[in-house]
Design a binder for this molecule. Sequence first.
Ligand code: IFM
Length: 822
Amino acid sequence: MKAEHFKHAEPSGQQEHKEAAGGLPSSGLRTNRAEPKDYYTFSDEEKEVEFKRHDMPTPWMNYLSNGTFHTMLSHAGGGVAFYKSPQIWRITRYRFFHLPMDRSGPYIYVQDAKTGGYWCPTSEPALDKPEEWKSAHGMGYTRFEAKRADIAARTVYFVGPYENSLIWNLTLSNQGSAAKELKVYAYAEFGMMEFMRELQWQCYNKHQVSVQYHPAETLVYRYGVENQPKPEETPLVYLASDTPLSGYDGDREEFIGCYRSESNPAAIENGGCTGSTLMGGDPCGALQFNLTLQPGESRTINVFLGTAADEQEVERAVAHSREAGFVESSFLALKENWASYLGAWESRLPDKDAERMINIWNPYQAHRNFLFSRNISFYATGTFRGVGYRDTSQDILAVVPFDTELAFDKLRLLLGQQYKDGHVNHYFFPNEGWEPVTSIHSDDHLWTALAAWDLLAETGDAAFLEAKLPYYDGSEGTVYEHLKAAIDFTASKLGPNGFPLMLRSDWNDQLFRVCREGRGESIWTAMQLGTVLLRMIDLAAAAGHPEHTAQYEAMYEAQRKRVNSIGWDGQWFRRAIMDDGRFLGSDEHDEAKIWLNAQTWATLSGMADEDKGLRAMDSVRDMLDTELGIKKIHPSITSFPDPADPLTNYNKGTGENGAVFCHANTWAIIAECMLGRGDLAYKYYRQLLPNVAMDKAGLWRYKAEPYVYASNLFGPESDKFGLANVSWLTGTAAWMYVAATQYILGVKPVMNGLSIDPCIPADWEGFTVKRRFRGCVYDITVTNVSKVCKGVKQITVDGERVEGNVLPPYPGRSSVKVEVIL
Ligand code: IFM
């Protein structure tokens, strides 16, 4: 029954110019001459990925941030800066899904004052390109190194911890033998801060913004639009430098001009900035610096694009930024912060692709998810999705190992969105102050218990469970009471068959369509509930409520029985019961017979009878797995359950309909590890490593970044199998991290210590991990003497044999040496 998924998906590629003249192949597919190694390389020592070309298939992004001021920046310099919220305090403009793509950005132009020729160190957007060029994304910074006509330019963009600003650190060097007269421009296009308002009513509101030139050589942009959500918190934006200005512009029309773009700004072509300011119109910030560089001479120019509360604060921030050493110490602090954060974990593995992902890019991506939820990326416009309760609850899981305070702050934020009866807001907008989205889903409120359990396991300190937090609809309860309320809510919302009602949907967003009448039940949510109940038993004990254990156990047992009886279809677990009482995810239908989540969570929850758990995961392998990951459902839907009202409008093989949904793949990896099938778990893990999937699909088919996970890949039933979508902001990041570190490598905090229970490919000889845990570094060496996937034979700590495979905390010790034999 295994689908021959990949055979019709010849990797497509970028069209060579020569071929374009001859026309495209009739299929529209392009031949693939592009080798990923010609486009990028990893530099793991530096924790960087380096780009050799500016013309990638999509902008490959990085997020620069100090937690308050943020910039999403591409490998070619396109991107958008925002203060706290891209909805209401967006500073620069980025044109989502427009052509040319990846515009605008914080651009620098270098012009030869004699010839008038100009280029950009970012390569884009000027038409004349550098003769030599490369860029790199690192942890919180992006660097461009370029050279043209003997002038070398090195620019590092980053957001430091000391001011809310994007720092553009540019060093120009004259590598030729003649003096060079240069005009250098720094340019950013300011939009209206409220992106939705800009789309809807910029025609008048644009007359309520201004850009003024302040005597301290600073351009100040003021967003004065009436009825903005939080005018008292709306900052001023400044653009300033530590180098004397030779000109400036605040009016985009003056700097760029009409029927022009960032590729050919009028001011640059006509001799320089015009000194424009703006009292209504399309704002920008442009600074000009004239300088002469003698042969061998270098000059550094720092530009600061920042926010501050008022005029005095602008003055203070700019003066501070201009102080000697400010830029250097800001960059140093950024590097130190990341070194300290990522220092919680370091592994050495036989698979260097996995090692890089686990040590560097996966936790980095997960941190960005934690910060931005699913808000703004190249794919998401940052317009609507605030903080998703479900999404952010899961994001916490991959921050707990690195920063428990940060994790607890987020948990507290989430629980503040919970009502007394236990249900929660689906999305909410802490920065914007908007009303939340209140649809009630069967799963949302349950997710937080997983994060709380992980926090407790990580710290061993149950005190936080007693912290009192408000409910969204008044009064307050302890953290534990909030978590219990979530269970009680689900217990009060069971359907005719005893499973949790689907309500608006569960994790699979599209399921509302088969449960609109309110009778539909989610078998998957029963499994999620089971997973949570097991955690609640521990949490009840830690919170001093052992009297609740019996209730949790009884609920678990009742749901377990239903899952294995009503929920079992013969070869796999059913997914849901629809309003009309029919099963979803059953062999009796032609479409959407099998759903991935029901198979994986049957094992994750410990609910599946042993034979059924294995059988279900075999069905996943046989029916859903492809060379590029596991499909979410099979077969894709076109007319189920009703051709006039199908379950989803997604095209076959895309998004929620038969795509490879990477987030859901993580649970298959965990399930296989729990079943002890390390080879299969690792196959599932490795095939979705972004650079590995890109190699397989072809760079011009995969298209998204090879260093961070995407939410989904078009599946084999689409004509673009392997096309990756919605990279960066996806639950894949957190769960892939959990799957890799806690289940494959098997280093997992539990209530009484650090559990070591790897499930690896049988041919691995071993691996090492240094893991910070409760104040001590566990320096772990695992040796796979017997060439097995799973099974700890012996553990010693500092040479002493330990019983079992849970290592106790070692208070007062800075490190311990752990030897594990499989
Ligand atoms: O679970 C959801 C998530 O909250 C948003 N993206 C899609 C997922 C699957 O439907």
